[in-house]
Design a protein around this ligand. Structure first.
Ligand code: PLP
Ligand code: ZN
Length: 449
Protein backbone atom coordinates (compact mmCIF):
# COMPACT_ATOMS: atom_id res chain seq x y z
CA UNK A 1 0.00 0.00 0.00
CA UNK A 2 1.41 3.35 -1.11
CA UNK A 3 -0.19 5.68 1.44
CA UNK A 4 -0.56 5.04 5.17
CA UNK A 5 -2.39 6.55 8.15
CA UNK A 6 -2.47 5.69 11.85
CA UNK A 7 -3.70 7.04 15.21
CA UNK A 8 -1.17 9.09 17.14
CA UNK A 9 -1.31 10.68 20.59
CA UNK A 10 -1.64 14.47 20.28
CA UNK A 11 0.89 15.04 23.07
CA UNK A 12 4.17 15.60 21.29
CA UNK A 13 6.26 14.26 24.18
CA UNK A 14 4.24 11.01 24.10
CA UNK A 15 3.43 10.41 20.44
CA UNK A 16 2.39 6.78 20.91
CA UNK A 17 0.90 5.35 17.72
CA UNK A 18 -1.86 2.78 17.17
CA UNK A 19 -3.30 1.17 14.03
CA UNK A 20 -6.61 2.55 12.76
CA UNK A 21 -8.32 -0.81 13.21
CA UNK A 22 -7.68 -0.81 16.96
CA UNK A 23 -10.71 -0.01 19.12
CA UNK A 24 -9.26 2.99 20.93
CA UNK A 25 -10.33 6.59 21.58
CA UNK A 26 -7.58 8.01 23.78
CA UNK A 27 -3.92 7.27 24.39
CA UNK A 28 -3.23 4.18 26.52
CA UNK A 29 0.06 5.70 27.69
CA UNK A 30 -1.02 9.19 28.78
CA UNK A 31 -4.79 9.45 28.33
CA UNK A 32 -4.70 12.30 25.77
CA UNK A 33 -6.80 12.43 22.64
CA UNK A 34 -5.56 10.79 19.48
CA UNK A 35 -5.40 12.15 15.96
CA UNK A 36 -5.06 10.46 12.61
CA UNK A 37 -1.61 11.06 11.10
CA UNK A 38 -0.61 10.44 7.52
CA UNK A 39 2.63 9.43 5.84
CA UNK A 40 3.26 12.91 4.48
CA UNK A 41 6.43 11.83 2.68
CA UNK A 42 4.46 9.40 0.61
CA UNK A 43 1.77 11.99 -0.09
CA UNK A 44 4.32 14.61 -1.09
CA UNK A 45 5.68 12.36 -3.82
CA UNK A 46 2.68 13.47 -5.83
CA UNK A 47 3.01 17.21 -6.47
CA UNK A 48 0.46 19.85 -5.57
CA UNK A 49 -0.73 20.28 -9.16
CA UNK A 50 -1.36 16.57 -9.53
CA UNK A 51 -3.39 16.44 -6.30
CA UNK A 52 -5.51 19.38 -7.40
CA UNK A 53 -6.13 17.77 -10.78
CA UNK A 54 -7.06 14.44 -9.19
CA UNK A 55 -9.49 16.09 -6.76
CA UNK A 56 -11.05 18.16 -9.53
CA UNK A 57 -11.49 15.17 -11.83
CA UNK A 58 -13.33 13.26 -9.13
CA UNK A 59 -15.39 16.13 -7.69
CA UNK A 60 -19.12 15.31 -7.90
CA UNK A 61 -18.47 12.71 -10.57
CA UNK A 62 -20.38 9.44 -10.79
CA UNK A 63 -17.22 7.49 -10.17
CA UNK A 64 -18.18 5.68 -6.95
CA UNK A 65 -17.07 6.39 -4.23
CA UNK A 66 -14.91 9.27 -5.48
CA UNK A 67 -17.80 11.57 -6.39
CA UNK A 68 -18.32 12.07 -2.65
CA UNK A 69 -16.67 15.23 -1.36
CA UNK A 70 -15.00 13.11 1.30
CA UNK A 71 -13.98 10.02 -0.66
CA UNK A 72 -12.76 12.08 -3.60
CA UNK A 73 -9.88 12.81 -1.22
CA UNK A 74 -9.56 9.25 0.01
CA UNK A 75 -5.75 9.18 -0.01
CA UNK A 76 -5.76 12.06 2.50
CA UNK A 77 -8.49 10.53 4.66
CA UNK A 78 -8.34 6.75 5.00
CA UNK A 79 -5.93 5.51 2.34
CA UNK A 80 -5.96 1.89 3.47
CA UNK A 81 -9.70 1.20 3.51
CA UNK A 82 -10.98 -1.09 0.79
CA UNK A 83 -13.60 0.47 -1.43
CA UNK A 84 -16.15 -2.25 -0.76
CA UNK A 85 -16.32 -1.20 2.90
CA UNK A 86 -17.00 2.45 2.16
CA UNK A 87 -20.43 3.58 3.36
CA UNK A 88 -21.13 6.76 1.40
CA UNK A 89 -24.29 8.76 0.85
CA UNK A 90 -22.53 11.18 -1.54
CA UNK A 91 -21.66 13.62 1.24
CA UNK A 92 -19.77 16.88 0.81
CA UNK A 93 -19.83 18.91 -2.38
CA UNK A 94 -22.12 21.39 -0.64
CA UNK A 95 -22.79 24.80 -2.09
CA UNK A 96 -20.64 27.79 -1.28
CA UNK A 97 -22.44 30.97 -2.22
CA UNK A 98 -21.81 34.69 -2.25
CA UNK A 99 -23.96 36.32 0.43
CA UNK A 100 -23.91 39.59 -1.43
CA UNK A 101 -26.87 41.27 0.21
CA UNK A 102 -26.06 40.29 3.78
CA UNK A 103 -22.45 41.35 3.20
CA UNK A 104 -23.55 44.71 1.88
CA UNK A 105 -25.78 45.36 4.90
CA UNK A 106 -23.00 44.69 7.36
CA UNK A 107 -20.29 46.32 5.24
CA UNK A 108 -18.42 43.42 3.65
CA UNK A 109 -17.76 43.05 -0.08
CA UNK A 110 -16.72 39.45 -0.15
CA UNK A 111 -18.79 37.27 2.18
CA UNK A 112 -19.47 33.62 1.38
CA UNK A 113 -21.55 30.95 3.10
CA UNK A 114 -20.53 27.29 3.02
CA UNK A 115 -23.83 25.47 3.41
CA UNK A 116 -22.84 22.23 5.09
CA UNK A 117 -26.46 21.60 6.11
CA UNK A 118 -27.36 20.76 2.51
CA UNK A 119 -26.48 17.16 3.04
CA UNK A 120 -28.04 13.80 3.63
CA UNK A 121 -28.94 14.16 7.31
CA UNK A 122 -28.92 17.97 7.22
CA UNK A 123 -25.69 18.86 8.99
CA UNK A 124 -21.92 18.70 8.49
CA UNK A 125 -21.84 15.62 10.74
CA UNK A 126 -22.28 13.46 7.62
CA UNK A 127 -18.71 14.31 6.58
CA UNK A 128 -17.26 12.62 9.64
CA UNK A 129 -19.76 9.84 9.97
CA UNK A 130 -19.14 8.39 6.51
CA UNK A 131 -15.51 7.85 7.54
CA UNK A 132 -16.24 6.43 10.96
CA UNK A 133 -18.95 4.02 9.82
CA UNK A 134 -16.82 2.89 6.85
CA UNK A 135 -13.93 2.09 9.17
CA UNK A 136 -16.34 0.19 11.45
CA UNK A 137 -17.54 -1.83 8.48
CA UNK A 138 -13.93 -2.60 7.59
CA UNK A 139 -13.17 -3.67 11.17
CA UNK A 140 -16.25 -5.89 11.33
CA UNK A 141 -15.19 -7.51 8.06
CA UNK A 142 -11.81 -8.22 9.68
CA UNK A 143 -13.54 -9.92 12.62
CA UNK A 144 -13.71 -7.10 15.21
CA UNK A 145 -16.31 -7.86 17.94
CA UNK A 146 -18.34 -4.67 17.32
CA UNK A 147 -22.08 -5.20 17.87
CA UNK A 148 -23.26 -1.60 17.61
CA UNK A 149 -22.03 1.96 17.19
CA UNK A 150 -23.05 4.43 19.88
CA UNK A 151 -22.94 8.18 20.44
CA UNK A 152 -24.10 10.96 22.73
CA UNK A 153 -25.57 13.81 20.76
CA UNK A 154 -27.12 17.25 20.76
CA UNK A 155 -29.14 16.01 17.78
CA UNK A 156 -27.09 16.13 14.62
CA UNK A 157 -24.47 13.51 15.45
CA UNK A 158 -27.21 10.98 16.21
CA UNK A 159 -29.03 11.82 12.98
CA UNK A 160 -25.88 11.22 10.95
CA UNK A 161 -24.80 8.12 12.84
CA UNK A 162 -28.19 6.48 12.57
CA UNK A 163 -28.57 7.03 8.85
CA UNK A 164 -25.06 5.84 7.93
CA UNK A 165 -25.47 2.77 10.13
CA UNK A 166 -28.86 2.08 8.56
CA UNK A 167 -27.26 2.28 5.11
CA UNK A 168 -24.57 -0.18 6.20
CA UNK A 169 -26.88 -2.51 8.12
CA UNK A 170 -24.97 -1.93 11.37
CA UNK A 171 -26.97 -1.42 14.61
CA UNK A 172 -26.70 2.02 16.24
CA UNK A 173 -27.54 3.43 19.66
CA UNK A 174 -27.96 7.14 20.42
CA UNK A 175 -28.04 8.85 23.81
CA UNK A 176 -29.94 12.13 23.76
CA UNK A 177 -30.60 14.75 26.43
CA UNK A 178 -34.37 14.57 26.96
CA UNK A 179 -36.26 17.66 25.77
CA UNK A 180 -33.12 19.45 24.60
CA UNK A 181 -33.09 18.67 20.89
CA UNK A 182 -35.49 19.66 18.13
CA UNK A 183 -38.32 17.39 17.00
CA UNK A 184 -36.82 17.25 13.53
CA UNK A 185 -33.55 15.99 15.00
CA UNK A 186 -35.27 13.45 17.26
CA UNK A 187 -37.34 12.01 14.47
CA UNK A 188 -34.25 11.21 12.38
CA UNK A 189 -32.74 8.39 14.51
CA UNK A 190 -36.23 7.15 15.28
CA UNK A 191 -37.09 6.85 11.58
CA UNK A 192 -33.81 5.18 10.68
CA UNK A 193 -34.22 2.57 13.37
CA UNK A 194 -31.58 3.44 15.98
CA UNK A 195 -32.09 2.44 19.56
CA UNK A 196 -32.90 5.89 20.96
CA UNK A 197 -32.20 6.43 24.66
CA UNK A 198 -33.56 9.67 26.05
CA UNK A 199 -31.70 10.65 29.23
CA UNK A 200 -32.75 13.11 31.88
CA UNK A 201 -29.57 15.19 31.65
CA UNK A 202 -27.76 17.51 29.27
CA UNK A 203 -25.26 16.68 26.52
CA UNK A 204 -22.31 16.66 28.93
CA UNK A 205 -24.21 14.12 31.06
CA UNK A 206 -24.86 11.89 28.01
CA UNK A 207 -21.19 12.19 27.04
CA UNK A 208 -20.08 10.95 30.47
CA UNK A 209 -22.35 7.90 30.20
CA UNK A 210 -21.31 7.06 26.66
CA UNK A 211 -17.62 7.14 27.60
CA UNK A 212 -18.33 4.60 30.34
CA UNK A 213 -20.43 2.20 28.27
CA UNK A 214 -17.99 2.18 25.36
CA UNK A 215 -15.30 0.71 27.61
CA UNK A 216 -17.05 -2.44 26.41
CA UNK A 217 -15.37 -3.08 23.05
CA UNK A 218 -18.53 -4.42 21.46
CA UNK A 219 -19.97 -0.88 21.56
CA UNK A 220 -17.96 1.40 19.30
CA UNK A 221 -17.87 5.13 20.15
CA UNK A 222 -18.86 7.56 17.40
CA UNK A 223 -18.39 10.91 19.15
CA UNK A 224 -15.82 13.32 17.77
CA UNK A 225 -13.29 12.38 20.44
CA UNK A 226 -12.93 9.46 18.05
CA UNK A 227 -10.60 11.12 15.57
CA UNK A 228 -11.90 9.14 12.61
CA UNK A 229 -14.73 11.70 12.53
CA UNK A 230 -12.21 14.52 12.21
CA UNK A 231 -10.71 12.94 9.09
CA UNK A 232 -13.97 13.32 7.21
CA UNK A 233 -14.81 16.71 8.61
CA UNK A 234 -11.43 18.11 7.61
CA UNK A 235 -12.54 18.04 3.98
CA UNK A 236 -14.67 21.14 4.59
CA UNK A 237 -11.62 23.43 4.52
CA UNK A 238 -10.14 21.64 1.54
CA UNK A 239 -13.41 21.85 -0.34
CA UNK A 240 -13.82 25.57 0.34
CA UNK A 241 -10.36 26.25 -1.09
CA UNK A 242 -11.07 24.00 -4.07
CA UNK A 243 -14.35 25.83 -4.72
CA UNK A 244 -12.40 29.10 -4.82
CA UNK A 245 -10.12 27.65 -7.51
CA UNK A 246 -7.49 26.88 -4.86
CA UNK A 247 -7.37 30.38 -3.42
CA UNK A 248 -7.32 30.72 0.37
CA UNK A 249 -9.92 33.02 1.94
CA UNK A 250 -8.75 35.50 4.60
CA UNK A 251 -11.08 34.46 7.42
CA UNK A 252 -13.23 31.40 8.15
CA UNK A 253 -15.87 31.61 10.91
CA UNK A 254 -17.21 28.42 12.46
CA UNK A 255 -19.61 27.77 15.36
CA UNK A 256 -18.08 25.59 18.07
CA UNK A 257 -19.48 23.30 20.78
CA UNK A 258 -17.53 20.12 21.42
CA UNK A 259 -14.80 21.72 19.27
CA UNK A 260 -14.06 18.79 17.00
CA UNK A 261 -15.04 20.65 13.87
CA UNK A 262 -12.68 23.59 14.30
CA UNK A 263 -9.80 21.17 14.77
CA UNK A 264 -10.95 19.36 11.65
CA UNK A 265 -11.08 22.58 9.66
CA UNK A 266 -7.54 23.42 10.75
CA UNK A 267 -6.28 19.95 10.02
CA UNK A 268 -7.45 19.98 6.39
CA UNK A 269 -6.00 23.42 5.77
CA UNK A 270 -2.65 22.47 7.31
CA UNK A 271 -2.46 19.40 5.14
CA UNK A 272 -2.96 21.55 2.05
CA UNK A 273 -0.24 23.93 3.18
CA UNK A 274 2.16 21.07 3.95
CA UNK A 275 1.59 19.58 0.51
CA UNK A 276 2.15 22.90 -1.24
CA UNK A 277 -1.42 23.51 -2.40
CA UNK A 278 -1.88 26.77 -0.49
CA UNK A 279 0.90 29.21 0.40
CA UNK A 280 -0.76 30.73 3.48
CA UNK A 281 -3.39 29.97 6.10
CA UNK A 282 -6.61 31.87 6.73
CA UNK A 283 -7.52 33.23 10.16
CA UNK A 284 -10.07 31.11 12.02
CA UNK A 285 -12.84 32.46 14.24
CA UNK A 286 -14.76 30.15 16.58
CA UNK A 287 -18.20 31.44 17.57
CA UNK A 288 -19.92 30.23 20.75
CA UNK A 289 -23.25 30.94 22.39
CA UNK A 290 -22.74 33.15 25.44
CA UNK A 291 -24.62 30.57 27.51
CA UNK A 292 -22.12 27.85 26.64
CA UNK A 293 -18.88 29.75 26.08
CA UNK A 294 -16.04 28.00 27.93
CA UNK A 295 -13.64 28.47 25.01
CA UNK A 296 -14.43 32.17 24.79
CA UNK A 297 -13.67 32.58 28.51
CA UNK A 298 -10.37 30.80 28.04
CA UNK A 299 -9.54 32.93 24.98
CA UNK A 300 -9.95 36.07 27.09
CA UNK A 301 -7.03 34.79 29.16
CA UNK A 302 -5.02 33.90 26.09
CA UNK A 303 -5.81 30.21 26.78
CA UNK A 304 -3.70 30.29 29.96
CA UNK A 305 -6.39 28.22 31.67
CA UNK A 306 -9.43 26.31 30.55
CA UNK A 307 -12.36 25.73 32.88
CA UNK A 308 -15.35 23.60 31.89
CA UNK A 309 -18.66 25.22 32.83
CA UNK A 310 -22.28 24.26 33.30
CA UNK A 311 -23.79 25.10 29.91
CA UNK A 312 -27.09 26.94 30.12
CA UNK A 313 -30.05 26.47 27.84
CA UNK A 314 -29.45 28.17 24.50
CA UNK A 315 -31.37 28.35 21.24
CA UNK A 316 -28.15 27.11 19.65
CA UNK A 317 -28.90 23.69 21.11
CA UNK A 318 -26.28 21.75 19.11
CA UNK A 319 -23.52 23.75 20.79
CA UNK A 320 -24.94 23.75 24.32
CA UNK A 321 -21.79 22.12 25.67
CA UNK A 322 -19.85 23.18 28.75
CA UNK A 323 -17.10 20.57 28.78
CA UNK A 324 -15.87 20.22 25.18
CA UNK A 325 -13.97 17.00 24.58
CA UNK A 326 -11.71 18.42 21.85
CA UNK A 327 -10.67 21.62 23.60
CA UNK A 328 -6.93 20.90 23.47
CA UNK A 329 -7.02 20.26 19.75
CA UNK A 330 -9.08 23.41 19.23
CA UNK A 331 -6.66 25.62 21.15
CA UNK A 332 -3.74 24.15 19.23
CA UNK A 333 -5.58 24.97 15.99
CA UNK A 334 -6.41 28.52 17.06
CA UNK A 335 -2.76 29.17 17.93
CA UNK A 336 -1.72 28.15 14.41
CA UNK A 337 -4.41 30.21 12.68
CA UNK A 338 -4.24 33.57 14.52
CA UNK A 339 -7.45 32.38 16.08
CA UNK A 340 -10.17 34.53 17.53
CA UNK A 341 -13.07 33.35 19.70
CA UNK A 342 -16.32 35.29 19.96
CA UNK A 343 -19.60 34.71 21.68
CA UNK A 344 -23.16 35.81 21.00
CA UNK A 345 -26.16 36.39 23.23
CA UNK A 346 -29.47 34.73 22.52
CA UNK A 347 -30.80 37.92 20.99
CA UNK A 348 -27.70 38.47 18.87
CA UNK A 349 -27.76 34.95 17.46
CA UNK A 350 -31.48 34.95 16.78
CA UNK A 351 -31.48 38.37 15.12
CA UNK A 352 -28.39 37.52 13.06
CA UNK A 353 -30.01 34.29 11.85
CA UNK A 354 -33.19 36.17 10.96
CA UNK A 355 -31.31 38.95 9.19
CA UNK A 356 -29.58 36.25 7.18
CA UNK A 357 -32.93 34.73 6.29
CA UNK A 358 -34.35 37.97 4.92
CA UNK A 359 -31.35 38.25 2.63
CA UNK A 360 -31.93 34.79 1.18
CA UNK A 361 -30.40 32.36 3.65
CA UNK A 362 -32.32 29.91 5.83
CA UNK A 363 -30.23 29.63 8.93
CA UNK A 364 -29.99 27.27 11.84
CA UNK A 365 -29.33 28.99 15.19
CA UNK A 366 -25.65 27.91 15.18
CA UNK A 367 -25.10 29.67 11.89
CA UNK A 368 -26.80 32.61 13.63
CA UNK A 369 -24.05 32.48 16.25
CA UNK A 370 -21.39 32.63 13.54
CA UNK A 371 -23.14 35.50 11.74
CA UNK A 372 -23.50 37.42 15.01
CA UNK A 373 -19.76 37.00 15.62
CA UNK A 374 -19.08 38.22 12.10
CA UNK A 375 -21.22 41.33 12.58
CA UNK A 376 -19.34 42.23 15.76
CA UNK A 377 -15.94 41.64 14.20
CA UNK A 378 -16.74 43.85 11.22
CA UNK A 379 -18.15 46.54 13.48
CA UNK A 380 -15.03 46.55 15.66
CA UNK A 381 -12.72 46.61 12.64
CA UNK A 382 -11.20 43.21 13.36
CA UNK A 383 -12.40 42.06 9.99
CA UNK A 384 -11.75 44.56 7.23
CA UNK A 385 -14.31 45.46 4.57
CA UNK A 386 -12.08 44.15 1.82
CA UNK A 387 -11.40 40.75 3.37
CA UNK A 388 -12.58 37.51 1.85
CA UNK A 389 -14.69 35.87 4.54
CA UNK A 390 -16.39 32.46 4.71
CA UNK A 391 -19.02 31.54 7.29
CA UNK A 392 -19.50 27.82 7.81
CA UNK A 393 -23.21 27.12 8.10
CA UNK A 394 -23.37 23.88 10.06
CA UNK A 395 -26.94 22.63 9.70
CA UNK A 396 -30.06 23.07 7.61
CA UNK A 397 -32.58 25.61 8.91
CA UNK A 398 -35.41 23.14 8.41
CA UNK A 399 -34.11 21.13 11.37
CA UNK A 400 -34.83 24.12 13.61
CA UNK A 401 -38.31 25.28 12.64
CA UNK A 402 -39.33 25.49 16.33
CA UNK A 403 -36.59 28.11 16.79
CA UNK A 404 -37.83 30.08 13.81
CA UNK A 405 -41.50 29.86 14.74
CA UNK A 406 -40.89 31.11 18.29
CA UNK A 407 -38.78 33.95 16.92
CA UNK A 408 -41.39 35.12 14.45
CA UNK A 409 -44.25 34.64 16.93
CA UNK A 410 -42.18 36.71 19.37
CA UNK A 411 -42.33 34.03 22.02
CA UNK A 412 -38.68 34.34 23.07
CA UNK A 413 -37.62 36.23 26.16
CA UNK A 414 -36.34 39.19 24.17
CA UNK A 415 -37.83 41.27 21.37
CA UNK A 416 -37.43 39.85 17.86
CA UNK A 417 -35.98 42.59 15.69
CA UNK A 418 -36.88 41.07 12.36
CA UNK A 419 -40.02 39.14 13.17
CA UNK A 420 -42.47 38.54 10.41
CA UNK A 421 -45.95 37.01 10.55
CA UNK A 422 -48.58 35.80 8.15
CA UNK A 423 -51.47 38.19 7.64
CA UNK A 424 -54.90 36.66 8.10
CA UNK A 425 -57.40 37.90 5.54
CA UNK A 426 -60.92 36.93 4.51
CA UNK A 427 -61.12 34.97 1.27
CA UNK A 428 -62.24 37.83 -0.94
CA UNK A 429 -60.49 39.75 -3.73
CA UNK A 430 -61.18 43.07 -2.05
CA UNK A 431 -59.75 42.00 1.26
CA UNK A 432 -56.62 40.64 -0.44
CA UNK A 433 -56.21 43.85 -2.48
CA UNK A 434 -56.57 45.90 0.66
CA UNK A 435 -53.99 43.76 2.47
CA UNK A 436 -51.57 44.05 -0.47
CA UNK A 437 -51.96 47.78 -0.64
CA UNK A 438 -51.20 48.10 3.03
CA UNK A 439 -48.27 45.68 2.96
CA UNK A 440 -46.54 47.16 -0.09
CA UNK A 441 -46.85 50.68 1.26
CA UNK A 442 -45.18 49.68 4.53
CA UNK A 443 -42.64 47.33 3.04
CA UNK A 444 -39.46 47.21 5.04
CA UNK A 445 -36.47 46.21 2.97
CA UNK A 446 -33.39 44.59 4.40
CA UNK A 447 -31.28 47.38 2.97
CA UNK A 448 -32.75 49.96 5.31
CA UNK A 449 -32.62 47.75 8.37
C1 PLP B 1 -22.13 19.51 16.07
C2 PLP B 1 -22.58 20.84 15.65
C3 PLP B 1 -21.82 21.99 15.90
C4 PLP B 1 -20.57 21.98 16.71
O1 PLP B 1 -19.52 21.22 16.24
P1 PLP B 1 -18.38 20.77 17.27
O2 PLP B 1 -17.49 19.91 16.51
O3 PLP B 1 -19.10 20.05 18.37
O4 PLP B 1 -17.75 22.03 17.78
C5 PLP B 1 -22.26 23.19 15.38
N1 PLP B 1 -23.41 23.29 14.69
C6 PLP B 1 -24.17 22.20 14.45
C7 PLP B 1 -25.42 22.39 13.68
C8 PLP B 1 -23.78 20.96 14.92
O5 PLP B 1 -24.55 19.90 14.67
ZN1 ZN C 1 -0.04 9.66 24.85
Amino acid sequence: MQYRAWFQCIKQECGTTYPLNKIIYSCETCGSLLEVRHDMNALSRRDAKAWMKLFEDRYKSNQWPFGSGVWGKKEWILPQISDENIVSLYEGGTNLFWAERFGKIIGLDNLWIKLCGNSHSGSFKDLGMTVLVSQVKQMISEGAPIKAVVCASTGDTSAALSVYCAAAGIPSIVLLPRGKISIAQLVQPISTGSLVLSLDTDFDGCMRVVQEITKDETLYLANSMNSLRIEGQKTVGIEIVQQFDWQTPDVIIIPGGNLGNVSALGSGLLMMKDLGIIPRLPRIVVAQAERANPLYRSYLEDFATFRPMQAEKTLASAIQIGNPVSVEKAIRTLRRFEGVVMDATEQELADAAALGDITGMFNCPHTGVALAALIKLVRSGKIDKSEHVVVISTAHGLKFTDFKVSYHEEKLDFPSRYSHRPVEVPASVDAVKEALHHALKNRRTADDL
